[in-house]
Design a protein around this ligand. Structure first.
Ligand code: NAD
Length: 505
């Protein structure tokens, strides 16, 4: 559903059906990039251009950092209640704009509008949690050194930067903004070049919510230019990044080669889901299907490897393939669509390469395996409109195969069988990723063994991703899935420095 027209807005974000034009949001103003450069955003369902995006460069990053630096002392020193009030107002405005956000994500990266209110609610609740958490950002006190009262203070870093990906831009935005501002920092945020519309719509709401100018600055642009300028900036004291492990490593390198800024990284995954023969098979089918189907498989925590006990493998696989194969493919703007396009032609090409590897490296193709059109019929070649891939299932795939080892970020999964607990646990952990893992079983002993033994930042027991993600619990990765945590008090601690004060008595 198109959002209501809002031509009064400085960013002209919702002037549909005209082409949307965005600007940078710096120091409380919508402005063009210094270079005047823009780039075109294309709807991945139709291949039609939908927006012209202002493209930030180093000069724009410098201006945004200067604005954040100027705004910092007053924001840091503002009463916690006043900072919390701005955050709560923003959360309320997000809830009032669900349809607009749903439309913008659908036309930019293909997220179906179905169920989109969940994303907005999750984002709003995350920001509200941080508003409440401001008053729990406490230090410690100690009288253990004779003649001293020692205490710790939690203080902001100063100017911080955030770089977010395209796959769930609303949630990623909220997970960065909430704790950053709650801790008293100011922020420069860069959206992904593939999904910049959510962030610039957020700028309008930030404006309405009454944040002082410069506290939050939002830019669109590309990684190697604007993103790298943020990661290398000498005045930026912390950078929080969500995206691929490859880019995360570059960010850490740039941070250490400039001013050794504090870095948190939320990176990719290759999440396993283990289904034992005592599990509720229907619940396991429904949960693991939703996990890989959500956002057309473009989710860092998607369970792209399913290990089923050999005794129930046939029943589970048949049910899974039947259900995943009947998912409604279509235009993400249609309310009955459950499976939209991949984000762009590059994503489509990547996934097609994985499909070919899956076929070549010994997997048995049970479902899909090809590009399709918007109505789900097989398409071949570049002339096919849109970026749709049919839901795909391989089975009996060698553990060494590329589709078992690498993150695909698409609606493609491998179902393999196992016989023993120890063997399957070892296979689950045989990966450099460690973001999410799941186990379905009725045995408490086994559930606890897997909760302890799986090398992942979150483990689902009788549920799988995205279940178990709550605003008050930490989220993040083991191994190459990340450094640091988002959500909960852990997140707030990652956005603040701890200082020890010694008072001589
Ligand atoms: P990406 O690494 O290509 O890009 C992410 C962001 O980094 C974009 O804003 C991009 O412009 C920027 N960037 C790219 N190159 C850069 C550079 N040289 N310097 C600075 N910035 C640069 O990732 P993506 O394709 O946008 O997102 C998909 C990846 O994100 C997947 O691997 C997925 O698993 C991961 N992800 C992780 C989480 C999590 O919470 N762990 C959540 C969502 C997505």
């Amino acid at each position: 559903m198109p959002p209501s027209a809002d031509t009064s807005s400085a960013s002209n974000i919702l002037a549909a059906p005209k082409r949307i034009e965005t600007r940078l949001y710096i120091n409380g103003e919508f402005r063009d990039a210094v270079s005047g450069k823009t780039f075109t955003l294309v709807n991945p369902a139709t291949d039609e251009p939908v927006a012209q995006i202002a493209e930030a460069d180093k000069e724009d990053v410098d201006a945004a950092v200067d604005a954040a630096e100027a705004a910092y002392p007053a924001w840091r020193d503002m009463d916690g209640h006043a900072r919390a009030a701005c955050l709560r107002k923003l959360a309320a405005l997000i809830r009032e704009n669900v349809d607009a956000f749903a439309y913008l994500e659908a036309v930019s990266m293909g997220r179906p509008v179905y169920n989109y209110d969940n994303d907005c609610e999750f984002a709003a609740a995350s920001i509200e949690y941080m508003a409440g958490a401001i008053h729990h950002l406490h230090g410690e006190t100690s009288l253990q050194s004779d003649g001293y009262l020692n205490l710790t203070l939690r203080q902001p870093f100063g100017v911080c930067a955030a770089i977010i990906p395209w796959n769930v831009p609303m949630i990623m935005f909220a997970w960065k903004l909430g704790p950053c501002l709650a801790a008293g920092n100011t922020l420069v945020l860069k959206s992904s070049e593939k999904a910049p519309l959510t962030s610039i719509k957020m700028a309008e709401l930030i404006h309405q919510a009454g944040f002082p100018p410069g506290v939050i600055n939002i830019i669109g642009g590309f990684g190697p230019t604007a993103g790298a300028a943020m990661a290398k900036h000498m005045k930026v004291r912390k950078i929080a990044f969500t995206g691929s492990a490859r880019t995360g490593k570059l960010i850490q390198e740039m941070a250490s080669q400039s001013n050794l800024k504090n870095v948190t990284l939320e990176l990719g995954g290759k999440s396993p889901c283990v289904v034992f023969d005592d599990a509720d098979i229907d619940a396991a089918v429904a949960g693991s299907q939703f996990s890989i189907q959500w956002n057309s498989g473009q989710i860092c925590i998607a369970n792209s490897r399913i290990y089923v006990h050999e005794k129930i493998a046939e029943e589970f696989t048949q049910k899974f393939v039947k259900s995943f194969g009947s998912v409604k493919i279509g235009n993400p703007l249609d309310k009955d669509t459950r499976h939209g396009p991949q984000a762009d032609k590059l994503q489509l090409a990547n996934i097609k390469r994985f499909l070919e590897k899956g076929k070549a490296e010994g997997g048995e193709l049970l479902l899909g395996g090809a590009q399709v059109t918007m109505d789900g019929t097989e398409a071949s070649g570049d002339e096919a409109k849109g970026c749709f891939v049919h839901p795909t299932v391989f089975s009996n795939v060698p553990e060494s195969a590329t589709i078992v080892k690498e993150e695909i970020f698409g609606p493609v999964l491998a179902i393999n069988t196992f016989t023993s607990e120890d063997e399957v646990l070892a296979r689950c952990n045989d990966t450099e990723y460690g973001l999410y893992a799941a186990v379905y079983t009725k045995s408490l002993d086994r559930a606890i063994k897997f909760a302890k033994g799986m090398e992942a930042g979150t483990v689902g027991v009788n549920c799988t991703s995205p279940s178990g993600l709550f605003v008050d619990m930490p989220f993040g990765g083991f191994k190459q899935s990340g450094v640091g945590r988002e959500c909960g008090m852990d997140s707030l601690h990652h956005w603040s420095e701890v200082k020890t004060v010694a008072i001589k008595l």
